[in-house]
Design a protein around this ligand. Structure first.
Ligand SMILES: Nc1nc2c([nH]c(=O)n2[C@H]2C[C@H](O)[C@@H](COP(=O)(O)OP(=O)(O)OP(=O)(O)O)O2)c(=O)[nH]1
Length: 146
């Protein structure tokens, strides 16, 4: 039996109260995803709570502490399907400690506008499986995506 890999990701915004920008990360690996943008995060370890995994991953990858906001609910209990082996739960988050730096897994971090049509955000080469999540985020923050 193939067990679905549970991934957790952070939609880190400048403010949970009034989100205007999203922090996206550009992946360095594996080759298939290198150069593509994603929600920073990673795999949940065995026995680890999902939210705890997200705090750990964001600390390891970006060197930051965050406050989690609401989950951006996906279409399945495991969140957003990424491929036939993995799904990702995504939470909105805001920074409470540290300045994000591409310490691990990313070669660039970018704050991208969620308003004004979100042209830059939608033009970035996201991991394809993330696009529905990006659209759901835009809808959740009340911005038009088209
Ligand atoms: N973190 C993250 N992973 C994503 C996203 N979209 C997407 O398809 N993925 C895929 C890429 C990877 O196959 C998997 C996440 O694995 P990862 O490599 O980030 O996890 P990790 O940091 O725990 O990695 P590792 O060091 O244990 O290998 O999910 C996304 O937005 N964020």
């Amino acid at each position: 039996m193939t067990v679905l890999k549970q991934i957790v990701g952070g939609a880190i915004v400048d403010s949970l109260q009034n989100p205007r920008r999203l922090l996206a990360g550009r992946r360095t690996a594996p080759v298939a995803y290198a150069g593509m943008w994603e929600f920073p995060g990673g795999k949940v370890e065995e026995g680890e709570a999902h939210e705890a995994a997200l705090h750990r991953e964001l600390h390891e990858e970006l060197g930051v502490g965050v406050r989690l906001g609401p989950e951006l609910p996906g279409p399945t209990p495991a969140g957003w399907p990424l491929n036939d082996r993995a799904a990702m739960r995504v939470w909105l988050a805001e920074l409470v400690r540290g300045t994000p730096a591409p310490l691990q897994d990313h070669d660039e971090l970018r704050w991208v506008a969620l308003h004004g049509g979100a042209g830059e955000l939608l033009a970035m080469p996201w991991i394809p499986a993330d696009l529905p999540i990006v659209h759901a985020l835009l809808a959740a923050v009340g911005r038009k995506t088209v």
